[in-house]
Design a protein around this ligand. Structure first.
Ligand SMILES: *Cc1c(COP(=O)(O)O)cnc(C)c1O
Length: 227
């Protein structure tokens, strides 16, 4: 089987096991443009990258109707490079970054969709707001300060572990936080609709816990080689 065929098969396998209401973002980081083209040829349009430069280079080379998701940590000084074309920024983890995205979006005369990243894992190294920190900080006043940004929902990563109980507890917490915001602060906002959780190793659990968007890389494109 060629790489193209393998990607098409994997994509079909992952997609067919997902409820229709869950969006599949194919995480193409470190893989070449040809890998994306293989999935694109199957009709897939949502791709995720975690590095700004890599996403900019691929977007320049690939079809314009691709929806690019920035899933990794975003530095403020790099927002300007993606503001014109990014579909959804998943990793917004500070008000400073939110303010920078708002400023650049205003300059670009567009409204940019973002997710607030929440830290749910036990590992220390991952980015994101604590749940309590987020709910204390996020008010109608904060939301109204950044009119060029549209907060679409939350994103989080569970601990990298085989313990499914722990994974479900963590995803469950994020889902509860999402629901509380949806029923509270965002109850008038139909666009607060996205809960990004689940990767190759844990997306079935994430879907069970109410995920609306999964970010799946290696299950579709194969293992990554880091240079
Ligand atoms: C790399 C990455 C993924 C995809 O990881 P896989 O395990 O290959 O599916 C998902 N989300 C984020 C934030 C990532 O950095």
């Amino acid at each position: 089987m060629s790489d193209t065929q393998r990607i098409a098969e994997n994509l079909k396998t992952v997609q067919s096991a997902l409820p229709e209401s869950v969006l599949l973002v194919a995480v193409s980081k470190t893989h070449p443009a040809e890998a994306i083209e293989a999935a694109y040829a199957c009709g897939h349009r949502h791709f995720g990258e975690n590095k700004v430069q890599e996403m900019v280079d691929k977007a320049a080379e690939l079809p314009k109707d691709i929806c690019w998701h920035l899933i990794g940590h975003l530095q403020r000084n790099k927002v300007k490079y993606i503001i014109d074309f990014v579909h959804l920024i998943h990793g917004v983890d500070s008000e400073k970054l939110l303010a920078e995205i708002n400023k650049r979006a205003e300059q670009a005369e567009r409204r940019v969709d973002i997710l607030l990243q929440v830290h749910i894992a036990e590992e220390e190294s991952k980015f994101g707001f604590g749940i309590e920190e987020l709910t204390n900080w996020l008010t109608a006043e904060v939301v109204s300060k950044y009119p060029a940004v549209r907060i679409r929902g939350l994103m989080g990563m569970a601990t990298f572990t085989d313990d499914e109980g722990q994974i479900k507890t963590e995803f469950g917490r994020l889902h509860d936080c999402f629901q509380a915001l949806k029923k509270g602060l965002f109850s008038e906002d139909i666009h607060f609709d996205t809960l990004s959780m689940g990767m190759s190793g844990d997306y079935p659990n994430a879907v069970e816990c109410g995920s609306t968007l999964v970010r799946v890389g290696s299950k579709i494109f194969g293992a990554r080689e880091y240079k």
